[in-house]
Write a protein that binds this ligand. Structure first.
Ligand code: NAD
Ligand code: GLY
Length: 381
Protein backbone atom coordinates (compact mmCIF):
# COMPACT_ATOMS: atom_id res chain seq x y z
CA UNK A 1 0.00 0.00 0.00
CA UNK A 2 1.14 3.50 -0.78
CA UNK A 3 1.70 5.66 2.34
CA UNK A 4 -1.51 7.50 3.11
CA UNK A 5 -1.67 10.48 5.37
CA UNK A 6 -5.05 11.27 6.75
CA UNK A 7 -5.25 14.97 6.08
CA UNK A 8 -8.75 15.24 7.56
CA UNK A 9 -7.44 14.92 11.11
CA UNK A 10 -5.32 17.75 12.51
CA UNK A 11 -1.62 17.10 12.16
CA UNK A 12 1.37 19.02 13.35
CA UNK A 13 2.84 21.13 10.61
CA UNK A 14 6.57 21.37 10.90
CA UNK A 15 9.17 23.55 9.23
CA UNK A 16 11.46 20.55 8.76
CA UNK A 17 10.95 16.96 7.71
CA UNK A 18 12.86 13.95 6.48
CA UNK A 19 11.87 11.09 4.17
CA UNK A 20 13.94 7.99 3.49
CA UNK A 21 14.25 6.22 0.18
CA UNK A 22 14.84 2.61 1.20
CA UNK A 23 16.99 0.87 -1.37
CA UNK A 24 19.20 -1.27 0.83
CA UNK A 25 22.83 -0.16 0.54
CA UNK A 26 21.77 2.62 -1.84
CA UNK A 27 19.22 4.12 0.58
CA UNK A 28 19.27 7.87 1.10
CA UNK A 29 17.51 10.61 3.01
CA UNK A 30 15.55 13.55 1.63
CA UNK A 31 15.79 16.55 3.97
CA UNK A 32 13.01 19.10 3.52
CA UNK A 33 12.93 22.44 5.30
CA UNK A 34 14.07 26.05 5.45
CA UNK A 35 17.65 27.30 5.72
CA UNK A 36 18.99 23.97 4.47
CA UNK A 37 21.32 25.41 1.84
CA UNK A 38 23.38 26.87 4.68
CA UNK A 39 23.42 23.44 6.34
CA UNK A 40 24.18 21.47 3.15
CA UNK A 41 27.89 20.86 3.91
CA UNK A 42 27.02 19.53 7.37
CA UNK A 43 24.32 17.22 5.94
CA UNK A 44 26.71 16.01 3.23
CA UNK A 45 29.52 15.39 5.72
CA UNK A 46 27.14 13.28 7.88
CA UNK A 47 26.67 10.86 4.99
CA UNK A 48 29.78 11.17 2.85
CA UNK A 49 32.42 12.54 5.17
CA UNK A 50 34.89 15.25 4.13
CA UNK A 51 34.96 14.91 0.37
CA UNK A 52 35.66 17.36 -2.42
CA UNK A 53 32.37 18.63 -3.86
CA UNK A 54 31.89 20.08 -7.32
CA UNK A 55 28.75 22.16 -7.75
CA UNK A 56 26.92 22.23 -11.10
CA UNK A 57 24.24 24.87 -11.62
CA UNK A 58 22.67 27.03 -14.34
CA UNK A 59 23.09 30.76 -14.97
CA UNK A 60 19.75 31.71 -13.38
CA UNK A 61 20.27 29.66 -10.23
CA UNK A 62 23.90 30.82 -10.13
CA UNK A 63 22.61 34.38 -9.83
CA UNK A 64 20.40 33.57 -6.82
CA UNK A 65 22.23 30.76 -5.05
CA UNK A 66 25.36 29.62 -6.93
CA UNK A 67 27.89 32.01 -5.44
CA UNK A 68 26.23 31.69 -2.03
CA UNK A 69 26.40 27.88 -2.17
CA UNK A 70 29.99 27.97 -3.37
CA UNK A 71 30.95 30.26 -0.47
CA UNK A 72 29.15 28.02 2.05
CA UNK A 73 30.87 24.90 0.68
CA UNK A 74 34.25 26.63 0.54
CA UNK A 75 33.96 27.82 4.15
CA UNK A 76 33.17 24.22 5.12
CA UNK A 77 36.31 23.08 3.30
CA UNK A 78 34.44 21.05 0.67
CA UNK A 79 35.11 23.09 -2.48
CA UNK A 80 37.89 25.23 -3.87
CA UNK A 81 37.36 26.43 -7.42
CA UNK A 82 34.60 23.91 -8.02
CA UNK A 83 31.57 25.61 -9.55
CA UNK A 84 30.39 24.85 -13.05
CA UNK A 85 27.68 27.09 -14.53
CA UNK A 86 25.63 25.82 -17.46
CA UNK A 87 23.22 27.75 -19.68
CA UNK A 88 19.66 27.81 -18.36
CA UNK A 89 17.05 25.74 -20.21
CA UNK A 90 16.05 22.35 -21.57
CA UNK A 91 18.56 22.54 -24.46
CA UNK A 92 21.35 22.08 -21.93
CA UNK A 93 20.26 18.45 -21.54
CA UNK A 94 22.08 17.40 -24.71
CA UNK A 95 25.25 15.61 -25.86
CA UNK A 96 27.27 18.82 -26.31
CA UNK A 97 26.75 19.96 -22.74
CA UNK A 98 27.20 16.44 -21.38
CA UNK A 99 30.58 16.40 -23.07
CA UNK A 100 31.30 19.97 -21.87
CA UNK A 101 30.66 19.02 -18.22
CA UNK A 102 32.74 15.84 -18.49
CA UNK A 103 35.62 17.76 -20.07
CA UNK A 104 35.53 20.34 -17.31
CA UNK A 105 35.52 17.69 -14.62
CA UNK A 106 38.58 16.03 -16.10
CA UNK A 107 40.30 19.41 -16.49
CA UNK A 108 39.65 19.99 -12.81
CA UNK A 109 41.29 16.65 -12.04
CA UNK A 110 38.36 15.01 -10.30
CA UNK A 111 38.86 11.58 -8.82
CA UNK A 112 36.49 8.79 -7.79
CA UNK A 113 35.90 10.38 -4.40
CA UNK A 114 34.71 13.68 -5.89
CA UNK A 115 31.05 14.36 -5.16
CA UNK A 116 28.92 16.19 -7.75
CA UNK A 117 26.30 18.55 -6.36
CA UNK A 118 23.36 19.39 -8.64
CA UNK A 119 22.06 22.82 -7.62
CA UNK A 120 19.05 23.74 -9.74
CA UNK A 121 15.91 22.43 -11.37
CA UNK A 122 15.27 19.17 -13.19
CA UNK A 123 17.51 20.09 -16.11
CA UNK A 124 20.61 20.47 -13.94
CA UNK A 125 19.60 17.48 -11.78
CA UNK A 126 19.10 15.15 -14.76
CA UNK A 127 22.31 16.25 -16.53
CA UNK A 128 24.51 16.22 -13.42
CA UNK A 129 23.08 12.89 -12.30
CA UNK A 130 23.89 11.37 -15.69
CA UNK A 131 27.42 12.78 -15.60
CA UNK A 132 27.77 11.24 -12.14
CA UNK A 133 26.55 7.90 -13.51
CA UNK A 134 29.19 7.72 -16.26
CA UNK A 135 32.22 9.78 -15.18
CA UNK A 136 35.01 7.48 -13.97
CA UNK A 137 32.37 4.68 -14.06
CA UNK A 138 30.29 6.33 -11.38
CA UNK A 139 30.58 9.17 -8.88
CA UNK A 140 28.49 10.00 -5.85
CA UNK A 141 26.12 12.90 -6.30
CA UNK A 142 23.84 15.05 -4.22
CA UNK A 143 20.66 16.76 -5.37
CA UNK A 144 19.82 20.27 -4.14
CA UNK A 145 16.65 20.89 -6.17
CA UNK A 146 15.49 24.51 -6.45
CA UNK A 147 12.22 24.21 -8.40
CA UNK A 148 9.01 22.77 -6.96
CA UNK A 149 8.96 20.24 -9.80
CA UNK A 150 12.43 18.97 -9.02
CA UNK A 151 11.76 18.96 -5.26
CA UNK A 152 8.74 16.65 -5.60
CA UNK A 153 9.80 14.60 -8.59
CA UNK A 154 13.02 14.74 -10.58
CA UNK A 155 15.51 14.93 -7.70
CA UNK A 156 14.16 11.71 -6.18
CA UNK A 157 14.35 8.26 -7.70
CA UNK A 158 17.55 8.19 -9.70
CA UNK A 159 16.31 8.76 -13.23
CA UNK A 160 19.09 10.74 -14.89
CA UNK A 161 19.72 11.61 -18.50
CA UNK A 162 19.69 13.90 -21.49
CA UNK A 163 17.52 14.35 -24.57
CA UNK A 164 18.22 12.87 -27.99
CA UNK A 165 17.34 14.76 -31.19
CA UNK A 166 14.82 11.89 -31.57
CA UNK A 167 13.09 12.49 -28.27
CA UNK A 168 13.14 13.61 -24.68
CA UNK A 169 15.04 11.71 -21.99
CA UNK A 170 15.93 8.89 -24.41
CA UNK A 171 19.54 8.65 -23.17
CA UNK A 172 20.19 8.04 -19.51
CA UNK A 173 20.84 5.79 -16.57
CA UNK A 174 19.38 4.93 -13.21
CA UNK A 175 21.78 6.43 -10.69
CA UNK A 176 20.52 7.26 -7.22
CA UNK A 177 21.75 10.36 -5.39
CA UNK A 178 23.37 9.85 -1.99
CA UNK A 179 21.31 12.63 -0.46
CA UNK A 180 18.58 15.10 -1.44
CA UNK A 181 18.40 18.52 0.23
CA UNK A 182 15.18 20.46 -0.37
CA UNK A 183 15.40 24.05 0.88
CA UNK A 184 11.95 25.59 0.40
CA UNK A 185 13.47 29.08 0.77
CA UNK A 186 14.60 28.69 -2.84
CA UNK A 187 10.97 28.70 -3.98
CA UNK A 188 10.74 32.40 -3.07
CA UNK A 189 12.69 33.40 -6.18
CA UNK A 190 11.06 30.90 -8.54
CA UNK A 191 8.74 32.61 -11.08
CA UNK A 192 5.05 32.02 -10.25
CA UNK A 193 4.48 30.22 -13.52
CA UNK A 194 7.25 27.73 -12.65
CA UNK A 195 5.82 27.23 -9.14
CA UNK A 196 2.38 26.48 -10.57
CA UNK A 197 3.88 24.13 -13.13
CA UNK A 198 5.58 22.19 -10.30
CA UNK A 199 2.31 22.21 -8.40
CA UNK A 200 0.73 20.06 -11.14
CA UNK A 201 3.18 17.31 -10.16
CA UNK A 202 2.17 17.71 -6.50
CA UNK A 203 -1.52 17.28 -7.43
CA UNK A 204 -0.57 14.20 -9.45
CA UNK A 205 0.37 12.33 -6.25
CA UNK A 206 -3.05 12.95 -4.71
CA UNK A 207 -4.79 11.87 -7.89
CA UNK A 208 -2.79 8.69 -8.36
CA UNK A 209 -2.87 7.29 -4.86
CA UNK A 210 -3.90 9.56 -2.01
CA UNK A 211 -7.43 11.00 -2.09
CA UNK A 212 -7.06 12.67 1.32
CA UNK A 213 -3.94 14.48 0.08
CA UNK A 214 -5.95 15.77 -2.89
CA UNK A 215 -8.69 16.96 -0.51
CA UNK A 216 -6.03 18.72 1.58
CA UNK A 217 -4.56 20.33 -1.55
CA UNK A 218 -8.00 21.62 -2.57
CA UNK A 219 -7.88 23.64 0.65
CA UNK A 220 -4.17 24.38 0.96
CA UNK A 221 -2.94 24.62 -2.66
CA UNK A 222 -2.96 28.44 -2.75
CA UNK A 223 -0.65 28.57 0.30
CA UNK A 224 1.91 26.48 -1.61
CA UNK A 225 2.09 28.58 -4.77
CA UNK A 226 1.94 32.07 -3.19
CA UNK A 227 5.62 32.90 -3.80
CA UNK A 228 7.13 35.17 -1.15
CA UNK A 229 4.00 34.95 1.04
CA UNK A 230 3.61 31.16 0.72
CA UNK A 231 3.23 29.25 3.99
CA UNK A 232 6.47 27.35 4.23
CA UNK A 233 5.22 24.76 6.73
CA UNK A 234 2.49 23.87 4.22
CA UNK A 235 5.05 23.68 1.41
CA UNK A 236 7.16 21.36 3.58
CA UNK A 237 4.13 19.15 4.31
CA UNK A 238 3.14 18.95 0.62
CA UNK A 239 6.70 18.17 -0.52
CA UNK A 240 7.11 15.62 2.28
CA UNK A 241 3.94 13.79 1.23
CA UNK A 242 4.89 13.87 -2.45
CA UNK A 243 8.42 12.63 -1.71
CA UNK A 244 7.13 9.88 0.61
CA UNK A 245 4.84 8.65 -2.16
CA UNK A 246 7.59 8.84 -4.76
CA UNK A 247 9.97 7.02 -2.40
CA UNK A 248 7.38 4.27 -1.98
CA UNK A 249 7.06 3.61 -5.73
CA UNK A 250 10.83 3.88 -6.29
CA UNK A 251 11.47 1.38 -3.49
CA UNK A 252 8.89 -1.02 -4.93
CA UNK A 253 10.07 -0.72 -8.52
CA UNK A 254 13.37 1.12 -8.86
CA UNK A 255 13.91 0.33 -12.55
CA UNK A 256 10.41 1.31 -13.65
CA UNK A 257 9.22 -2.09 -14.83
CA UNK A 258 5.90 -2.15 -12.98
CA UNK A 259 4.26 -0.04 -10.27
CA UNK A 260 6.49 3.00 -10.78
CA UNK A 261 4.58 3.61 -14.02
CA UNK A 262 1.75 5.02 -11.87
CA UNK A 263 3.93 8.11 -11.36
CA UNK A 264 3.31 8.79 -15.03
CA UNK A 265 -0.36 9.61 -14.57
CA UNK A 266 -1.16 12.18 -17.27
CA UNK A 267 2.33 11.94 -18.78
CA UNK A 268 1.60 9.95 -21.96
CA UNK A 269 -0.59 12.86 -23.02
CA UNK A 270 1.72 15.51 -21.54
CA UNK A 271 4.80 14.32 -23.42
CA UNK A 272 2.89 14.45 -26.70
CA UNK A 273 1.77 18.03 -25.96
CA UNK A 274 5.34 19.07 -25.16
CA UNK A 275 6.72 17.39 -28.26
CA UNK A 276 4.28 19.26 -30.49
CA UNK A 277 5.50 22.58 -29.07
CA UNK A 278 9.07 21.50 -29.76
CA UNK A 279 9.91 22.55 -26.19
CA UNK A 280 9.74 26.21 -27.24
CA UNK A 281 8.65 27.31 -23.75
CA UNK A 282 5.06 27.99 -24.80
CA UNK A 283 4.01 25.33 -22.27
CA UNK A 284 6.00 24.17 -19.28
CA UNK A 285 6.23 20.51 -18.29
CA UNK A 286 3.81 20.86 -15.38
CA UNK A 287 1.32 22.75 -17.54
CA UNK A 288 1.39 19.86 -20.02
CA UNK A 289 0.96 17.48 -17.06
CA UNK A 290 -2.10 19.44 -15.86
CA UNK A 291 -3.75 19.03 -19.27
CA UNK A 292 -2.59 15.41 -19.35
CA UNK A 293 -4.17 14.72 -15.96
CA UNK A 294 -7.48 16.02 -17.25
CA UNK A 295 -7.20 13.84 -20.38
CA UNK A 296 -6.34 10.78 -18.25
CA UNK A 297 -9.46 11.38 -16.14
CA UNK A 298 -11.61 11.99 -19.24
CA UNK A 299 -10.29 8.79 -20.83
CA UNK A 300 -10.96 6.85 -17.62
CA UNK A 301 -14.51 8.22 -17.57
CA UNK A 302 -15.08 7.40 -21.24
CA UNK A 303 -13.97 3.80 -20.61
CA UNK A 304 -16.39 3.52 -17.70
CA UNK A 305 -13.86 3.49 -14.85
CA UNK A 306 -14.18 6.95 -13.34
CA UNK A 307 -17.28 8.88 -12.17
CA UNK A 308 -17.85 12.20 -13.97
CA UNK A 309 -17.90 14.10 -10.65
CA UNK A 310 -14.23 13.23 -10.12
CA UNK A 311 -13.30 14.53 -13.58
CA UNK A 312 -15.08 17.80 -12.70
CA UNK A 313 -13.31 18.08 -9.34
CA UNK A 314 -9.90 17.69 -10.97
CA UNK A 315 -10.66 20.30 -13.63
CA UNK A 316 -12.06 22.71 -11.02
CA UNK A 317 -9.01 22.46 -8.78
CA UNK A 318 -6.43 22.76 -11.56
CA UNK A 319 -8.27 25.77 -13.00
CA UNK A 320 -8.49 27.38 -9.55
CA UNK A 321 -4.73 26.97 -9.23
CA UNK A 322 -4.18 28.78 -12.54
CA UNK A 323 -3.19 25.71 -14.53
CA UNK A 324 -4.37 24.96 -18.09
CA UNK A 325 -6.98 22.22 -18.41
CA UNK A 326 -8.16 22.43 -22.00
CA UNK A 327 -6.59 21.85 -25.41
CA UNK A 328 -8.85 24.28 -27.23
CA UNK A 329 -7.04 27.00 -29.12
CA UNK A 330 -3.72 25.11 -29.03
CA UNK A 331 -3.88 24.08 -32.68
CA UNK A 332 -2.36 20.67 -32.08
CA UNK A 333 -3.59 18.25 -34.80
CA UNK A 334 -5.08 15.20 -33.08
CA UNK A 335 -3.51 12.74 -35.55
CA UNK A 336 -0.11 14.28 -34.93
CA UNK A 337 -0.59 13.90 -31.15
CA UNK A 338 -1.49 10.24 -31.59
CA UNK A 339 1.55 9.53 -33.79
CA UNK A 340 3.74 11.27 -31.24
CA UNK A 341 2.33 9.12 -28.44
CA UNK A 342 3.30 5.99 -30.35
CA UNK A 343 6.92 7.24 -30.49
CA UNK A 344 7.02 7.64 -26.71
CA UNK A 345 9.38 5.40 -24.72
CA UNK A 346 6.36 4.18 -22.73
CA UNK A 347 5.23 2.19 -25.80
CA UNK A 348 5.78 -1.53 -25.21
CA UNK A 349 5.37 -4.08 -28.00
CA UNK A 350 3.59 -1.46 -30.09
CA UNK A 351 0.97 -0.76 -27.41
CA UNK A 352 0.46 2.50 -25.61
CA UNK A 353 0.59 2.37 -21.84
CA UNK A 354 -1.86 4.63 -20.07
CA UNK A 355 -2.29 5.25 -16.40
CA UNK A 356 -6.04 5.36 -15.78
CA UNK A 357 -8.09 5.96 -12.64
CA UNK A 358 -11.11 4.43 -10.96
CA UNK A 359 -11.55 7.79 -9.25
CA UNK A 360 -9.42 10.30 -7.37
CA UNK A 361 -6.57 8.46 -5.64
CA UNK A 362 -7.04 5.15 -7.46
CA UNK A 363 -4.72 4.85 -10.44
CA UNK A 364 -3.88 1.71 -12.39
CA UNK A 365 -1.95 0.85 -15.55
CA UNK A 366 -3.77 -0.21 -18.73
CA UNK A 367 -2.07 -1.32 -21.94
CA UNK A 368 -4.79 -2.13 -24.39
CA UNK A 369 -6.44 1.19 -25.11
CA UNK A 370 -8.08 1.62 -28.52
CA UNK A 371 -6.84 4.58 -30.56
CA UNK A 372 -10.45 5.56 -31.18
CA UNK A 373 -10.92 6.28 -27.45
CA UNK A 374 -7.69 8.29 -27.23
CA UNK A 375 -8.75 10.28 -30.29
CA UNK A 376 -12.17 10.95 -28.76
CA UNK A 377 -10.74 12.51 -25.59
CA UNK A 378 -8.16 14.50 -27.53
CA UNK A 379 -11.05 15.96 -29.53
CA UNK A 380 -12.85 17.03 -26.36
CA UNK A 381 -12.47 20.71 -25.40
P1 NAD B 1 14.43 23.73 -15.11
O1 NAD B 1 15.52 23.00 -14.49
O2 NAD B 1 14.63 24.21 -16.51
O3 NAD B 1 14.06 24.99 -14.19
C1 NAD B 1 13.04 25.86 -14.61
C2 NAD B 1 13.52 27.31 -14.62
O4 NAD B 1 13.61 27.80 -13.29
C3 NAD B 1 14.91 27.51 -15.22
O5 NAD B 1 14.89 28.71 -15.95
C4 NAD B 1 15.81 27.64 -14.01
O6 NAD B 1 16.97 28.38 -14.27
C5 NAD B 1 14.90 28.37 -13.06
N1 NAD B 1 15.15 28.20 -11.64
C6 NAD B 1 15.44 27.05 -10.98
N2 NAD B 1 15.42 27.24 -9.67
C7 NAD B 1 15.14 28.53 -9.47
C8 NAD B 1 14.94 29.32 -8.31
N3 NAD B 1 14.98 28.79 -7.09
N4 NAD B 1 14.68 30.63 -8.47
C9 NAD B 1 14.56 31.18 -9.71
N5 NAD B 1 14.70 30.47 -10.84
C10 NAD B 1 14.98 29.16 -10.72
O7 NAD B 1 13.07 22.91 -15.12
P2 NAD B 1 12.31 21.98 -14.06
O8 NAD B 1 10.88 22.24 -14.29
O9 NAD B 1 12.87 22.10 -12.72
O10 NAD B 1 12.68 20.51 -14.58
C11 NAD B 1 12.31 20.08 -15.87
C12 NAD B 1 13.24 18.97 -16.26
O11 NAD B 1 13.09 17.90 -15.33
C13 NAD B 1 12.91 18.38 -17.61
O12 NAD B 1 14.11 18.22 -18.35
C14 NAD B 1 12.31 17.02 -17.30
O13 NAD B 1 12.55 16.07 -18.31
C15 NAD B 1 13.02 16.67 -16.03
N6 NAD B 1 12.30 15.70 -15.19
C16 NAD B 1 12.99 14.63 -14.73
C17 NAD B 1 12.38 13.71 -13.90
C18 NAD B 1 13.18 12.57 -13.34
O14 NAD B 1 12.59 11.68 -12.70
N7 NAD B 1 14.48 12.58 -13.51
C19 NAD B 1 11.04 13.88 -13.52
C20 NAD B 1 10.36 15.00 -14.00
C21 NAD B 1 11.00 15.91 -14.83
N1 GLY C 1 8.96 11.00 -12.92
C1 GLY C 1 8.56 9.65 -12.98
C2 GLY C 1 9.53 8.72 -12.36
O1 GLY C 1 10.48 9.13 -11.74
O2 GLY C 1 9.36 7.54 -12.49
Amino acid sequence: MCPQTNFDTPFGLSSESRVNVDLGPRSYPIHIGTGLLERAPELIKEILGDRRCLIVTDTTVQHFYGTKAHDIFTRAGLTKDDLLVMPTGEQTKNFSYLSFVLDNLFMKSIDRRTVLVALGGGVIGDLTGFVAAIALRGLDFVQIPTTLLSQVDSAVGGKTGINSPRGKNLIGAFHQPRLVIVDVDTLKTLPTREVKSGYAEVVKYGLLGNASFFRWLEKNGPHITAGKIARQEIQVQAIRTACAMKAFYVTEDEKDLGKRALLNLGHTFAHAFETLTNYDGSILHGEAVAMGLVKAFQLSHRLGFCPPADVERVVTHLKAMGLPTSLSGRGWPVEHLITTMFNDKKVMDGELTFVLVRGIGEAFVENKIATVDVRAVLEMP
